[in-house]
Design a protein around this ligand. Structure first.
Ligand code: ASP
Ligand code: MG
Length: 423
């Protein structure tokens, strides 16, 4: 059995959805699982609904939601015949109404809880549309609510997987579905707690869902369909002569995603590696092309230099107010505070003068961290900074890529060189 994942870009309009239907019909063996993200930029739009609501602007929230609903209905008009249209619109209405119920009430739950209840609707509706559309073809598709199988803790917005329960549930539901229909269509990015509340796994988490399902089912492989030819040795938008990497090891992929390569979600590789399940990254624009194979390789390949550039990070220089070096107890306190603020560590280096950290701040909590940490530490913050990581590169080559940037920090470790830069 294989898991195929289609992201928002591959579903962004009716033409793209028809393209996905074509890929499913011609490129994907049944039975299999299809995991989808929300359509196009729906998740960003739903975040705006959430923001307006938690800021007390329910009317604004309703207006943005109205636009999202309209976009989905318009799409359905292009995809479905009159008879089918009524059914799917009814189904979508029943799903969107969950948000309307929230918006009608005064805010009483925590914002992260509300976030997950609102944002998850994007995946619920996209998967319903794709399942219904596939059923108009010669293939059969059964829609599965991912919240029934992806069991998580209740860390809303960034839930952790309860692996044992998830494995049991996945194996209870999916093989049965696949015995009866060609494809099981489900949502990426969302899960459910044991109390049946909806959670999300962190932005762009749909790839991770595909890996969780693959690991749980001991699948033959995972394919993620992207708008790029596969995994490249640099972002093709930033480097003109970026080249496709045809084969990379799990370890290389882990390193690339850890340092910020956007093509695969960072949590995706480990569950696949653990069960030796290969990952293919393919282009939905050119589905016949091979793309990239990520898996166990006989020996590490000779890679070209691989450059991963991640903007919008934060550089921290930390000293302790007790005039001592930064020692283990300081590190324990700093990392605890980082964890509480959801900061994501990208680079760390401790020196006698100060501790340098480069972090991502997905939840915009840097001010909170600064306030909490300033009880015992002096924190110097520089933002935004780029984190540029080069693997297998020689320094001269790399410096030519950094022309015009100011280098604030540099670390060299074996085959990895990292720079923190500002423009
Ligand atoms: N729709 C979610 C997001 O945009 C999850 C995903 O795309 O993987 O973050
Ligand atoms: Mg996405």
């Amino acid at each position: 059995m294989n898991i195929n994942k289609f992201g928002g870009a591959s579903l962004k309009d009716a033409k793209r959805i028809e393209n996905v239907v074509e890929i499913v019909k011609t490129q994907i063996k049944s039975p299999g699982v299809i995991v989808v993200s929300a359509i196009g930029k729906t998740t960003n739009a739903l975040e705006k609904v959430h923001k307006a609501y938690v800021e007390g602007n329910s009317q604004g929230a309703f207006e943005i939601l109205g636009q999202i609903k309209n976009d989905h209905y318009k799409l359905c008009q292009e995809l479905f015949s009159e008879k089918e249209l009524e059914k799917i619109i009814h189904d979508l209405n029943d799903t969107f109404v969950e948000i309307e119920w929230i918006l009608e009430e005064e805010l009483s739950d925590g914002p992260n809880f509300i976030y997950d209840q609102i944002i998850s609707i994007g995946e619920l509706v996209s998967s319903k549309i794709l399942a219904a559309r596939l059923n108009q073809e010669t293939v059969t598709a059964t829609w599965l609510d991912a919240r029934d199988v992806i069991r998580t803790d209740n860390t809303y917005r960034n839930a952790s997987i309860e692996w044992k329960e998830t494995k049991d549930l996945v194996n209870q539901f999916i093989p049965n579905i696949c015995a009866q229909s060609d494809f099981c269509v489900t949502q990426g990015f969302i899960g459910g707690t044991s109390e049946n509340f909806t959670t999300t796994l962190g932005r762009e988490g749909s790839d991770f869902t595909a890996a969780i399902l693959a690991n749980s089912l001991n699948a033959d492989g995972v394919t993620v369909w992207k708008d790029v030819p596969g995994v490249m040795n640099a972002d093709p938008n930033l480097m003109k002569d970026a080249q496709l990497l045809k084969n990379i090891s799990y370890n290389e992929a882990l390193a690339m995603t850890y340092y910020g390569a956007k093509v695969i979600h960072p949590k995706t590789i480990k569950p696949l590696m653990q069960s030796s399940i290969p990952l293919r990254v393919k282009s939905f624009v050119n589905p016949e092309a091979e793309g990239t194979y990520v898996g166990a390789l006989e020996s590490e390949l000779k890679y070209p230099s691989i450059l991963v550039q991640e903007p919008n990070n934060i550089l921290l220089k930390i000293t302790s107010k007790d005039n001592s070096f930064i020692r283990e107890r300081h590190l324990a306190e700093i990392f605890t505070l980082m964890n509480e603020s959801g900061l994501v560590l990208k680079l760390d280096q401790n020196k006698p003068e100060y501790l340098t950290l480069c972090v991502g701040d997905p939840y915009s909590n840097i001010e909170k961290f600064d306030k909490d940490a300033s009880a015992n530490f002096n924190v110097e913050i520089t933002e935004p900074v780029d984190l540029i990581t080069v693997r297998h590169g020689d320094e001269a080559d790399i410096l030519s890529q950094l022309i015009g940037k100011k280098i604030l920090h540099k670390i060299i470790a074996q085959d990895t060189i990292q720079y923190v830069t500002v423009n």
